[in-house]
Design a protein around this ligand. Structure first.
Ligand code: UMA
Ligand code: ADP
Length: 451
């Protein structure tokens, strides 16, 4: 064991852990890695950066605190209180890959957090900036670990940051930072909503330009001075971006100036109009040309698994919104479609209040189908005119949705079959991507899918 007594311990050997190992190896630093898996497959990537003898598997025990001075923790690891207390008691440091990135990077950093819309805004900003000829790259929770952005000379780095990543990050400096919105999410990890809100606000502490959703009371609760705001309401001045209604048509507006009309945006739903406002606020804060940016938005394509309309035969439209893993995102998804909607909910509960779906379900949804580990919990909390139908899995849900669509089809009305589960995918899938792909496969392989 003695030879594993390096000062630095990396906790978790997923994407983040590997990126930290690569960074430390490049710096010729010694380190060890802990991972709670019992068995670990040594991939080529792991072998490249970590020697097998420096990987320790199994439950994290507080006795390891003695052995190291710095703990660099992966976002997916929920540390036991007694473990973190021991680290703090012994005056040792606990940081993240985001802290390292913050110290090392010399680019202009844009930080995006929020409960919903992070990935959409982050990718939109990358698309806009690259389209405007800037050297820009997105990383963080979006999939490419932040440290991977250090190896090229970017002018702008756009970091999508989750509450998991922010929780243990000490300091993050940025040119601009945004909280898209705050609604209950990940409460199984963060215990209370207040704690979750506080963690999200860490993004503002060392930022030159703070940008907020002016209609979100949870964001405004904390005392920060905001430079720019976005929201549905008509903008009052040049520090605000919002939506203007004129002759029945919606326009994204900066102050009094119309920038884009709704039909120039290829994304479904009013929440995506807000995502456009958010991205343009960032552009404004960076002192870049907002009209040039708006031009880039016109060719920004919908992202997979987010209100992705993947099959439409004129009567039935199948929509994959597998990334909707909390109640708030499902409410927005349903609100962005016209009736008739068949809604598929289910997966692993994140201890959200599913009763908050009842209003939107009762005003717009024809039939709810619930599947997965949370189906009993959901059936207790969902109170719909048509009693929700319980099935076991996604495949059954697809078959059931088809049956209902067939029964309730009329010649004039289109039907939307929407997977917007309001739960995480971890009961049956490795990720929301895997769930979304499986859903699409079930639909496309299903016999008579087009009725
Ligand atoms: N591990 C443990 N103990 C644990 C949990 C995990 O040892 O209790 C180990 C696992 O065995 C695995 C490693 O830690 O080896 C995984 O680390 P991780 O869960 O932190 O995941 P990474 O592969 O490092 O990916 C993380 C983010 N994952 C999570 O926060 C769960 C990715 O976000 C992110 O893209 C990546 O870093 C790069 O920054 C994914 C995500 O699901 C997309 N995010 C959540 C969300 O969007 O809702 C927060
Ligand atoms: P995140 O990265 O924060 O999870 P995404 O952009 O991946 O956000 O979108 C996740 C889900 O949230 C999608 O299914 C989408 O329907 C919904 N959504 C996207 N943007 C918003 C928004 N601004 N407000 C509310 N819901 C949104």
């Amino acid at each position: 064991m003695k030879k594993n007594n390096s000062t630095i311990a990396i906790l978790g050997l997923g994407k983040t852990g590997i990126s930290v190992a690569k960074y430390l190896k490049n710096k010729n630093k010694e380190f060890v890695v802990y991972d709670t898996r019992e068995n670990l497959e040594m991939t080529r990537e792991i072998e490249k950066y970590v020697h097998k003898k420096n990987i320790l598997l199994g439950k994290l025990n507080k006795s390891i605190v003695e052995k190291h001075e710095n703990f660099i923790v992966s976002p997916g690891i929920k540390l036991e209180k007694e473990f973190t207390n021991e680290i703090l008691k012994k005056n040792k440091s606990i940081t993240t890959d985001i802290d390292i990135f913050n110290k090392e990077s010399s680019c202009k950093i844009i930080c995006i957090t929020g409960s919903n819309g992070k990935t959409t805004v982050t990718s939109m900003l990358e698309h806009i900036l690259v389209g405007m000829g800037k050297k820009a790259k997105a990383g963080g929770n979006i999939g490419l670990p932040a440290l991977e952005l250090l190896y090229q000379d970017y002018e702008f780095c756009i970091l999508e940051l989750s509450s998991f990543q922010l929780e243990r990050t000490q300091k993050i400096k940025s040119s601009s930072s945004v909280i898209t919105n705050i609604a209950p999410d990940h409460l199984d990890r963060h215990s209370t909503f207040e704690n979750y809100v506080k963690i999200k606000h860490k993004i503002f502490k060392h930022s030159d330009n703070i940008i907020i959703n002016r209609e979100d009371e949870n964001i405004k609760k904390q005392n920060f001075s905001y430079k720019y705001t976005f929201g549905y309401s008509k903008p009052k001045n040049n520090k605000e971006i919002g939506i203007l209604l004129e002759d029945g048509k919606k326009y994204i507006s900066h102050g009094k100036n119309k920038i884009l009309s709704e039909d120039e945006i290829k994304l479904i739903g009013s929440h995506n109009m807000i995502n456009v406002c958010t991205s343009l606020c960032v552009i404004l804060s960076l002192g870049l040309n907002i009209h040039e940016a708006a031009n880039q938005i016109k060719n920004f394509q919908p992202i997979e698994h987010r209100m992705e309309s993947f099959y439409n035969d004129g009567k039935i439209s199948w929509i994959n919104d597998s990334k909707a893993t909390n109640v708030a995102s499902t409410v927005f998804a349903v609100n962005s479609l016209e009736e008739k909607i068949i809604l598929i909910l289910g997966g692993k509960s994140k201890e959200d209040d599913y009763g908050n779906l009842n209003a939107v379900i009762n005003s717009k949804v024809h039939q709810v189908i619930i599947y997965g580990e949370s189906r009993n919990l959901l059936s207790k909390q969902i109170n719909a005119k048509n009693k929700p139908i319980k099935v076991i899995n996604v495949k059954d849900a697809v078959e059931m949705a088809k049956k209902i669509a067939k029964k309730s089809m009329s010649s004039s009305e289109a039907i939307f079959i929407l997977l917007s589960p309001a739960c995480s995918s971890y009961d049956m899938f490795k990720s929301y991507e895997e769930r979304g792909l499986y859903f699409k496969k079930c639909v496309m392989n299903s016999e008579n899918k087009f009725l």
